[in-house]
Write a protein that binds this ligand. Structure first.
Ligand SMILES: Nc1nc2c(c(=O)[nH]1)N[C@H]1C(S)=C(S)[C@@H](COP(=O)(O)OP(=O)(O)OC[C@H]3O[C@@H](n4cnc5c(=O)[nH]c(N)nc54)[C@H](O)[C@@H]3O)O[C@H]1N2
Ligand SMILES: Nc1nc2c(c(=O)[nH]1)N[C@H]1C(S)=C(S)[C@@H](COP(=O)(O)OP(=O)(O)OC[C@H]3O[C@@H](n4cnc5c(=O)[nH]c(N)nc54)[C@H](O)[C@@H]3O)O[C@H]1N2
Ligand SMILES: [Mo]
Length: 776
């Protein structure tokens, strides 16, 4: 391999021909085949196909998959391959009944693959774990509620944790947070603690908002988009339509990602008959650079250097001085620090050449309106705060925040992950999401004032015994967290575990001393209460709020809505009768819960019930978009880099030849987080096996590895803890040097709990230090 090939960039440089690759484009016939494949595999009900036609449309069902926006003028079929998979997977005809549990002990089920556990179907009855026979056994709802309530009453509220995964709608989320605070704690970690917490914490410091500033309108006016570490093709495929339209308009897209993700290379619109038959795919990224994992700070420093050079040559043509002067602080120290970074260092850490970075910067310099997009490739690193800070710096220099066609756009994960935070699911108390005075006035109680535990602190508490009970509103925490082997060992010592879920997963098979599995309705299901059919609502990644109506027949008459389960648990736990707590009325009419949300957050949720089904949702507003900076200084803040790598200490030296590698954990195209739909990562050309170690051919030679060889991967953090995953098949793959990759959640035992983003605690799932052990 010659020297130019070692720097992996530019689409025309192409792909390492000796490694797997998907030959088709993203979208196209492949995505339709993907949907048909899951239809059979998921045993979806005929109703599910009907639901798909209403998906993401006003008065329809809002997708349970990703958080991408639902447009006001939807396509005839406004769903993507993975949105369809999520719907078909939930609307299955298969059932996990008490008979199922009588046939399988928990120990036996623990040997099942995640895919098979969920494929067994929807949970139908409330169950209680019986350690005597090692089985879940049916229990009545009343017994379950009163036993859980009784147990919680006996515990110190601060020793309990109420986790929620971003699936649940605004109504249950609001009540879940209220329940926690009435009971006496703020231990409300959420899936975003493992995801975009880096954004929520740091973007707030930089520009005074915890969420992105862009709306769909901006994508109609931008001239350039810079993509960092977000895999649109698999994780938010409907966004590809927006990108294709932008490209067709002449917008230029530049992508930085260690993996040549197909969705960001080319796309065939499956809804476009011409493109599907005789047309050629749309090239999405005009420039694609395979940056080293954790190399984004270096890239952005290089680009900013280029901007300054160009400005020096032609003053007043590159930087938006007026904006910088009126709206920002901190330019000079930032500039000095960036100037002090040498191109040698930048090239070494980014794995890219100066010419590549200059060429990316050129796109910025020649664009009027620029958007920055990012995902887990930025957030899940020790110095993710700085990668994000540098991206914000880049945008601020051109005045690209708070202007039509420009802005910063984190792409969120779960369909309502952002919304749950908006309505109070927050372990931090000093945030707009927890208006303490309002809550105290509405409900007549004292809100606990101390910050609660985030996911990492909850994990630490489970390991040291200070956490005694955990209630999971969805999710699969045991499988999704870092340091899985250690946590899974400590988990059964919990006094109480309560799992509110649609489908069976590994967490449920890790019961505490008392354990309950409570089956709930999903978003596809019709939810009928005393006052009739109920809608729920959610907020997308672009801060639009929509109502959603399920229409599938619920999986059984014992399955309850999340709202009902939370209200009943609260009633059973909170003994005293507070007249402000109208749990039964709230169960009967979710409109009343929306009234409470509006009363708590009057600005964001004005006329909530009246606007529930506005096409495209209603926008809850964003201060930074209006150039109001709710930061400490009252201005947008430039960030001064104090390091050049997003990676933690042991991985700082990119040229080290001591065998330590950076592990990136990836999602395939055939999973939604810990839900494994199947074993085809079609868009990466990888099929059939998820227990793989991806590594490039040069690195294989360096470690003397053969394709197909089985190896063990061990963690290489110097903390005395043995973390390892064995039986991984070496698979040659087109990746930058110094980095290896494999799948989430299989490799989670290798990510240390203590290894996380500095300010927010987001685990560094994209940059853990590892070593390869061969059997030889
Ligand atoms: N179908 C499907 N959709 C999903 C999900 C799913 O599992 N399946 N999950 C949902 C959730 S909860 C979330 S949070 C989102 C996640 O969506 P994304 O934000 O796309 O997250 P990942 O797929 O984990 O990784 C993103 C990309 O980061 C790249 N990357 C890794 N390290 C680096 C780095 O150091 N720098 C750069 N520039 N790039 C890097 C990886 O190669 C990968 O392409 O998707 C949501 N949507
Ligand atoms: N190594 C590694 N680890 C990661 C990541 C990574 O990139 N790499 N990503 C992290 C990220 S971004 C996230 S968001 C987390 C995800 O972590 P979680 O949100 O905890 O996990 P999920 O896999 O989304 O949860 C799936 C389960 O949710 C339940 N469920 C599904 N729908 C519903 C519903 O409507 N209601 C209820 N009550 N339950 C429901 C089902 O029982 C299903 O089994 O994982 C994190 N972990
Ligand atoms: Mo996520």
């Amino acid at each position: 391999m010659d020297d130019t090939d070692k720097h992996r960039g530019h689409t025309e440089t192409g792909h390492d021909p000796q490694t797997p690759e998907y030959r088709g484009a993203t979208g196209g016939w492949g995505s339709l085949k993907g949907i048909m494949g899951i239809y059979g595999n998921a045993h979806a009900s005929p109703e599910a196909l009907k639901i798909l036609t209403t998906q993401n449309k006003p008065k329809g069902m809002m997708c349970t998959s990703c958080a991408w926006a639902k447009p006001a003028d939807p396509h005839t079929l406004e769903f993507c391959e993975n949105g369809a998979k999520a719907t078909l997977w939930e609307a299955t005809i298969r059932r996990v009944t008490p008979e199922f549990f009588s046939e399988h002990t928990v120990s036996e089920l623990r040997r099942w693959h995640d895919h098979d556990l969920e494929a067994a179907g929807r949970l139908t009855h409330p169950m209680r774990y019986d350690p005597g026979c090692d089985r879940y056994v049916e229990v009545s709802w009343q017994e379950a509620y009163s036993e859980i309530g009784g147990k919680l009453r006996g515990l110190d509220p601060k020793s309990t944790v109420f986790y929620s995964s971003g699936h649940s709608a605004l109504e249950p989320a609001y009540l879940f947070a209220l329940f926690a605070r009435l009971y006496g704690h703020n231990n409300l970690p959420q899936s975003s603690n493992m995801c975009h917490e880096t954004t929520s914490v740091n973007l707030k410091t930089f520009i005074g908002t915890p969420v992105g500033t862009c709306t769909l309108e901006d994508f109609k006016h931008c001239d350039a988009i810079f993509f960092f570490g977000q895999n649109t093709g698999s994780n938010s495929p409907r966004f590809l339509h927006v990108l294709k339209d932008a490209v067709d308009r002449g917008c230029r897209i530049v992508t930085f990602n260690p993996v040549r993700e197909k969705g960001l290379l080319e796309f065939v619109d499956p809804l476009n008959p011409v493109q599907m038959t005789v047309g050629s795919p749309t090239q999405i990224s005009e420039q694609f650079y395979q940056v080293r994992a954790g190399g984004d700070i270096a890239v952005l420093s290089g680009m900013i250097k280029c901007l300054f050079d160009a400005e020096e040559k032609a003053p007043g043509t590159v930087l938006d001085h007026e904006f910088i002067k009126a709206h920002t602080t901190g330019l000079d120290p930032m500039l000095e620090a960036v100037k002090a970074m040498s191109w040698d260092m930048i090239e070494a850490h980014s794995g890219l050449t100066r010419a590549m970075i200059e060429s990316a910067a050129d796109v910025y310099i020649n664009a009027k309106n620029v958007i920055g997009i990012y995902g887990m490739g930025i957030t899940q690193h020790v110095n993710g705060w700085l990668s994000l800070g540098m991206l914000v710096n880049l945008l601020l220099l051109g005045g690209n925040v708070g202007r039509l066609g420009a802005g910063i756009s984190p792409v969120r994960g779960h369909s309502n992950v952002q919304g749950q935070r908006t309505v109070g699911v927050s372990e931090k108390i000093e945030t707009e999401a927890v208006p303490v005075d309002k809550l105290e006035q509405l409900f007549g109680f004292k809100v606990p004032r101390e910050d609660g535990r985030n996911v990492v602190a909850a994990g630490e508490g489970i390991l040291d015994g200070s956490v005694k009970a955990i209630v999971l509103l969805g999710g699969n925490l045991v499988k999704a967290m870092p340091d899985r082997d250690r946590l899974e060992k400590a988990w059964p010592d919990l006094d109480l575990t309560v799992y509110i879920a649609t489908k069976l997963n590994r967490s449920h098979l890790t019961p505490g001393k008392m354990s309950y599995l409570l089956p709930c309705l999903g978003r596809t299901d019709r939810d009928v209460q005393e006052t009739g059919e109920q809608a729920v609502s959610m907020e997308d990644s672009l801060s639009n709020i929509y109502g959603s109506l399920g229409s599938a027949t619920p999986p059984g008459d014992k399955v309850r809505s999340e709202v009902e389960i939370i209200c009943e648990l609260a009633k059973a736990t909170l003994a005293d009768s507070n007249p402000n707590l109208r749990w039964d009325d709230w169960i009967a009419d979710y409109g009343l819960i929306r009234d409470l949300i509006e009363a708590t957050y009057p600005d964001k949720f004005k006329d909530f019930n009246a606007r529930l089904f506005v096409p495209g949702g209603f926008y809850r507003g964003n201060s930074a978009r209006e150039r109001r900076w709710k930061t400490e200084s009252g201005k947008a803040q430039f960030t001064t880099p104090d390091t050049i790598s997003a990676l933690g200490e042991p991985l700082m030296d990119p040229t080290s030849s001591d065998g330590r590698m950076t592990l990136v954990t990836l999602r395939s195209n055939d999973q939604f987080n810990t839900t494994i739909y199947g074993f085809s990562d079609r868009l990466r050309g990888l099929e059939g096996n998820r227990d793989v170690l991806l590594i490039n051919r040069d690195e294989m030679r360096r470690f003397d590895l053969q394709d197909g060889e089985r190896i063990t991967l061990v963690s290489d953090l110097d903390d005395g803890i043995d973390r390892r995953v064995s039986g991984l098949t070496v698979t040659a793959y087109d990746l930058p040097d110094g980095c290896v990759a494999g799948y989430y959640p299989e490799l989670n035992p290798l990510v240390p709990l203590s290894y996380h983003e500095k300010n927010s605690g987001t685990p560094a799932y994209k940059g853990a230090p590892v070593r390869i052990l061969t059997g030889r």
